[in-house]
Design a binder for this molecule. Structure first.
Ligand code: ADP
Ligand code: MG
Length: 238
């Protein structure tokens, strides 16, 4: 269970303002897509939620509590990246177990959690393989599995499908959404792909140059774009 709130969140790198003040309340279980062109600040925003970047101004709350000063490990979040970041020398099982081992979870509990995640992700036949022996889609599932076993309150995805071919991307969109609805984990999902945003989001943040041009459901943004940029980017008739 988690709500996330962004309150006047700003990011400055040196003297350059990269995020100009984002306000948003995210409900428990919502799937939020942050969409916009390359360089608009999507990853920076996500990394601030993750605790991988400091917040220059404003506040991020998870379940109503300020997390600005909390380390990533203490934020109850799990992040899935586009390059998977799997350990090549470890098996699928070891990759999924690693974070739990570090957190000193007892071994039987680790085994149970990994087994559950493997079942959910249809990875049971591949548990003893190395990442190089898997397809791109399977590797992506392992990356998801590694996030799921930690039972985070919030999932953060940064362009997780951009290394996959077009057909697999469409399939994985569905899989991620299905899994997310089943588990009910509040999610922030970054992409530069409008179609991905339109098909996956409960609500989306359309970003441009560090500004949230519009926040709304795909239908709202499509039918009533608030700015020219939103209209052009999403491709709605105007
Ligand atoms: P996106 O994910 O939407 O492509 P980013 O969040 O990666 O965009 O980057 C937003 C802007 O911030 C870009 O202009 C980028 O060059 C800049 N930026 C990102 N990280 C840093 C950093 N560590 N130091 C300086 N500038 C950065
Ligand atoms: Mg990025």
């Amino acid at each position: 269970m988690a709500t996330v709130a962004l309150k006047g969140v700003k990011k400055r790198f040196g003297t350059v303002d990269v995020i100009h003040g984002i306000d948003m309340e995210i409900a428990d279980g919502e799937f939020i897509v942050i969409v916009g062109p390359s360089g608009c600040g999507k990853s920076t925003l996500l990394r601030m939620v993750a605790g991988l970047e400091t917040i220059s101004e404003g506040e991020i709350q998870i379940n109503g509590l300020r997390v600005n000063e909390k380390e990533p490990m203490d934020r109850d979040i799990a992040m899935v990246f586009q390059n998977y970041a799997l350990y090549p020398h470890m098996s699928v099982r070891q990759n999924m177990a690693y974070g739990l081992k570090i957190a000193r979870i007892p071994k039987p509990e680790i085994e149970r959690k990994v087994a559950e995640a493997a079942k959910l992700l249809q990875l049971e036949p591949y548990l003893d393989r190395k990442p190089r022996e898997l397809s791109g889609g399977q590797r992506q599932r392992v990356a998801m599995g590694r996030a799921i076993v930690r039972q985070p309150a919030v999932f953060l995805f940064d362009e997780p499908l951009s290394n996959l071919d077009a057909k697999l991307r469409v399939q994985m969109r569905l899989e991620i959404r299905e899994l997310q609805s089943k588990l009910g984990i509040t999610s922030l999902y970054v992409t530069h792909d409008q179609v991905e945003a339109m098909t996956m989001a409960n609500r989306m943040i359309v970003m441009n140059g560090g500004v949230a041009e519009q926040i709304g459901t795909p239908l709202e943004v499509y039918e009533r774009p608030r700015t020219l940029f939103a209209a052009q980017f999403i491709g709605s008739p105007s």
